[in-house]
Design a protein around this ligand. Structure first.
Ligand SMILES: C[S@@+](CC[C@H](N)C(=O)[O-])C[C@H]1O[C@@H](n2cnc3c(N)ncnc32)[C@H](O)[C@@H]1O
Length: 279
């Protein structure tokens, strides 16, 4: 098979069919080597894509919008408010491993992180997953917030946008790869006022596709905003065992290049908040 045919085969699987091309290419590059046959290249690339993108998400939420649309078209649901179960933020937050774990801590977390932004702020949530569904907790802390989630899985982007529109939330989700640094910077620069970037449990995913990309991304983005918060799981999201890694590489990098403001653990997550160093 040639390159295009292999690419097509990899993305035939529904869960990978709407990923940004760039991310699929980066995964494929790792296995596009003579030592692997075509079937192996496809399998290994899919295994890696699953680890980076879809392992956290229950199939249930990947199909919600389709289901609602389907129901609407069959006129099963006559009311504009669709099935309340599928509109419940908590229900959706529990269907993604990252947000499920964070659910009991959102109030404490957002009050701690956003204490200096009580009047207004724009949150850029990079590698958002379904974290946009936690807007209720943002609203408890910040009077006027807007939320911009950037995420590679289009199904999650559609789900968030569908919900934001229904509930008239000042938020939007954008389908984009975080490897498209020029585009990401443009989104951030377009917004005026106080800005905060969340990178919750996302740097590990980026590192799986391109080593040391986290540093490049932070160097570009930190100067554009007032605060950046990165987090890491302290337990494996899938196996639930405690990680032994200490992540000194990123902690040292942040301490050397930026002003570290806080470093704390809440639930099974370690958060580092920092900003551009004052000159
Ligand atoms: C472990 S999940 C964390 C989700 C969310 N930040 C949270 O903590 O609730 C990592 C997320 O990053 C997304 N992601 C990984 N690589 C990405 C990339 N290159 N561009 C955009 N999103 C990406 C994945 O699809 C996934 O939703």
């Amino acid at each position: 098979m040639n390159h295009a045919e292999l690419f097509q085969k990899i993305t035939q699987k529904k869960e990978f069919s709407q990923l940004p091309k760039k991310d699929v290419e980066l995964a494929f590059e790792k296995f596009d080597k003579d030592q692997y046959g075509d079937e192996e290249k496809v399998k290994l690339t899919r295994d890696l894509l699953r680890k980076v993108f879809s392992v956290f998400t229950s199939q249930k939420i990947l199909n919600i919008k389709d289901r609602d649309e389907d129901a609407k078209s069959k006129r099963i649901l006559r009311r504009p408010k669709l099935n309340p179960k599928f509109n419940s933020n908590e229900w959706i937050l529990k269907k993604h491993l990252s947000t499920k774990e964070r659910l009991p801590y959102y109030e404490e977390l957002y009050s701690k992180l956003l204490k200096d932004f009580k009047k207004s702020v724009t949150i850029f949530d990079l590698g958002a997953g379904v974290n946009g569904f936690s807007y209720k907790y943002l609203g408890n802390v910040v009077k006027n917030f807007s939320y911009i989630g950037i995420e590679a899985m289009k199904q999650l982007v559609d789900l968030m946008n569908y919900h934001f529109k229904q509930e008239k939330i000042n938020g939007k989700a954008i389908h984009e790869s975080l490897f498209e640094i020029v585009k990401i910077k443009k989104y951030v620069k377009q917004v005026k006022g106080a800005k905060v970037i969340f990178l919750f449990k996302t740097l590990d995913s980026l590192e799986m596709l391109r080593r040391n990309y986290s540093k490049e991304l932070l160097r570009e983005l930190v100067p554009l905003v007032d605060l950046v918060v990165v987090s890491f799981a302290t337990r494996s999201l899938v196996k639930r065992t405690k990680f032994k890694v200490k992540r000194n590489w990123i902690v040292n990098f942040i301490e050397e290049n930026f002003d570290m403001l806080d470093d704390f653990e809440l639930g099974s997550e370690r958060y580092l908040s920092f900003r551009q160093a004052s000159t």
